[in-house]
Structures are given as C-alpha cells and as structure tokens.
Write a protein that binds this ligand. Structure first.
Ligand SMILES: Cc1ncc(COP(=O)(O)O)c(C=O)c1O
Length: 387
C-alpha cells in the first residue's frame, strides 16, 4: 500500500514500512474484541514466530532492547561482568548489556561481513568476560559456529542480537534457532514491523517462562490468565520485573507482517541483486559481501566507497539528498559516542572506524519500484561521474 501522508511524497525515502489493509483490519478486530493489551494475539504471534524461526519458545516484548536485556539477565549476566560485542552496532545492543549491570567490551569486525570477528573476540577475552553478544548485522548472519567454539572453550554465555535479521539463514537454518537465546526487533527499519516491538526466541523452557514473568512486572500470573479465571487467581511477585509487554494491537500487526515475510524477503533480494549487478561494475564501490554459509535478509543495503572514490561519503549523502534520495551514513561506532569516550577514553578499532567512515545505506524496502530504484542508481552513477 502506498502511504497516504505527505511524508513520502517529495523524495525517495530510505524505507517505507510495508503495511496495508490487512494490518488495518487486524488492528480494528483487536480493538473491537475489547482486549488491547498483552493477551491472546500476543500468544498467537509468539507461536507463529517460534514456528517460523524453528524454536520451542518465543516471548514477545516491547522492543529488542528489552528482549536482549531479559536474555542476558536470565542467562546469568549481571553486575561487574563484561560482555563482548561489536562497536559497529546500534547503541541498543550495548544498552541491553548496561541494563544488567555489566559493561560492554568492544571487539573488531570482519572487514567484509561487518560482523564480529571471532579472532578479535578471542583477543579481548579475560577472566571478567561473562558473555559474547553476537550481532547478526543489517540482515547478514555472523559466523555463529566460531563463536560457539569460543564460548565453549572459555565457558561463556552466548546471546544473539538478530534485531535486523529475521528470515536470514546460516548454514540453511534460520537465525533465532542457531542455539543461543536471540533477540528480534519489530521497529519499522527491521524485516517486519509492529511500530515498536521485540521477541526472544529460545529452546530453553526455564528462560522463556522467567522472561514471561519479568516482562510483566514480575507477576506470577498474566492479566489474561486472571481474566480467564474470572479474577479469582492472585498473582505473586518473586522478583523485580519490568513493563516490557507487547500489546495485542502490535501482535495483530505482527501476525500479518509475518505472513508477508517471505514475499518481503524476495523483494529485498531482487532489489539487492539489481543494485549488486550494476554497482559492482563501478570500480569505486564495494557491494555487500555474502559468505557461502549465509543468506542475507537485506534489512539494509550498505555500500562502501573505496579509497579511489572521487567524492567523500558525506558529500555524496548530501548530494543524493538534494536530488531527492534519502540515504544514511552506515553504523556509527559506539566507542566514538560521548558516553563511551567519557567511560573508556580514546579507543581505536581501525577496521570499524574505516568502515564507519566509508559506508552508506541506499534505500531498500518492499514496494520500492524498479523505476525508483533505477532513478537511485542513475543519480548515484551521475554523482560518481559514471554517466
Ligand atoms: C543491532 C540492533 N540491536 C538492537 C536494536 C534495538 O532494537 P529496538 O529498537 O527494538 O529496541 C537495534 C535497533 O535498531 C539494532 O539495530
């Protein structure tokens, strides 16, 4: 469905969420049902996610940040611990670590996949290291088997941040079912959206049960169970919890979105291939690399400008914007943020820094027409003086 607001009319945006009449009808149905907070639709969405990903359990939350926080806390990460993660990620990855009382330790990424480099991770493991938070960045699974070996060798907890990579596969298996508790995001920049929202997928029955309790203020009984018992059940609080609940309104949107995911994955793959074929012919540009063990979900399409590129990244971004095309800089390294500069002082991660300064996202989203994509490519080539 084409949005009816003016927000998207005067330019090609980085993305438009692919929402339509089905989502609108699903939301209307929930509102008419009289139950709009966490309830039966959330359970249905959790079951659908567990089935899609291939895990025994899925626990819905209000965001991926809270999903990761719960996964870390319930796996045993807490005060004084250190958790290794990339600096080349969203602030939310590290925030989830801080919420447990632990501190992130930033490790280098692989220059081709932009995912954590197992060898760099091995170098920063110390006696204080408790866990590795592996990010499957912008749709591409990290080489999880290498991290499993490391975790086993050093007796570390492994958690996966798959905020951006629902639908991607690693050695034929969908992310979320690769072994460690995994967090997903349903923010509009992700593979499917519920506006805001998150999910933990896991095969660990105890972790799932505890996560359900902690996401809802720590209450032993859910609102729905109490309602179904006509109010005679009384909850207890064995621990301090949070309000990390997803609403049934969000879950109803999520169910429709999940049913469209395969179509969305196909559209993204077709668009990525179109970019790949044309942009790979331009010597100054490096297109995304997909290792043989993975399929890419292309939640984003990140190009890298090589050193021989005649125009600087920020200049190119600005010129694209002036021509009506919204791109974005790649991911800003966390160790450059004021918070971490104050906390850790100057830090250097040369690969991360180089990639952060030379990469940019091009628009990619279900519903982006071939005509508009050709326009993006045409303008990009023109700015690079290639036509
Ligand atoms: C890699 C990564 N992890 C975690 C998050 C946090 O997701 P949410 O906004 O749902 O909390 C994001 C969101 O941008 C992300 O890109």
């Amino acid at each position: 469905m084409v949005p009816t607001t003016q927000l998207f009319e005067d330019h090609i945006p980085l993305l438009i969420p692919w929402l339509g009449e089905e989502e609108i009808n699903a939301v209307a149905k929930v509102i008419r049902s009289g139950w709009i907070s966490q309830g039966p639709k959330v359970i249905e969405f959790e079951n659908a996610m567990a089935q899609y990903v291939g895990t025994k359990y899925a626990v819905a939350t209000n965001a991926c940040t809270s999903a990761l926080h719960l996964a870390l806390r319930l796996s045993g990460v807490g005060q004084g611990d250190k958790v290794i993660c990339p600096s080349f990620t969203c602030m939310a990855t590290a925030n989830a670590i801080h919420h447990t009382g632990a501190l992130p330790v930033f490790a280098e990424i692989n220059p081709r996949t932009y995912n954590l480099d197992p060898e760099a991770v091995a170098e920063v493991i110390t006696s204080q290291t408790k866990a590795i938070l592996v990010v499957h960045q912008i749709g591409l699974p990290a080489d999880i088997d290498s991290f499993k070996v490391l975790a086993k060798k050093h007796d570390l907890i492994l958690i996966e941040d798959s905020a951006t990579s629902l639908g991607a596969t690693y050695k034929g298996q969908r992310v979320g079912s690769l072994g460690a508790p995994t967090g997903f995001s349903f923010h509009p920049r992700k593979m499917i959206t519920t506006g805001e929202g998150g999910m933990i997928t896991t095969d660990d029955a105890k972790l799932a049960e505890q996560a359900r309790i902690l996401r809802a203020t720590g209450a032993s009984i859910s609102d729905l169970a109490r309602h179904q018992a006509k109010g005679v059940l009384i909850q207890e609080y064995a621990d301090v919890g949070y309000n990390y609940r997803m609403t049934d309104i969000q879950a109803a949107i999520g169910l429709v979105q999940l049913s469209k995911l395969e179509t969305m994955l196909e559209q993204r793959a077709t668009q990525a291939q179109r970019y790949d074929v044309i942009l790979a012919q331009i010597d100054e540009i490096e297109v995304p690399y997909v290792p043989p063990y993975a399929t890419h979900a292309y939640s984003s399409y990140l190009i890298r400008l090589k050193p021989n590129c005649s125009i600087k990244r920020n200049e190119l971004l600005q010129s694209m914007a002036e021509k009506g095309i919204s791109c974005r800089i790649g991911i800003q390294p966390l160790h450059w943020e004021p918070f971490y500069r104050n906390l850790y002082g100057e830090m250097h991660l040369p690969i991360t820094e180089d990639i952060a300064q030379t990469t940019m996202f091009l628009p990619i989203y279900p519903g982006l027409s071939e005509e508009k994509q050709n326009q993006i490519i045409y303008i990009l080539k023109k700015l690079l003086k290639r036509n």
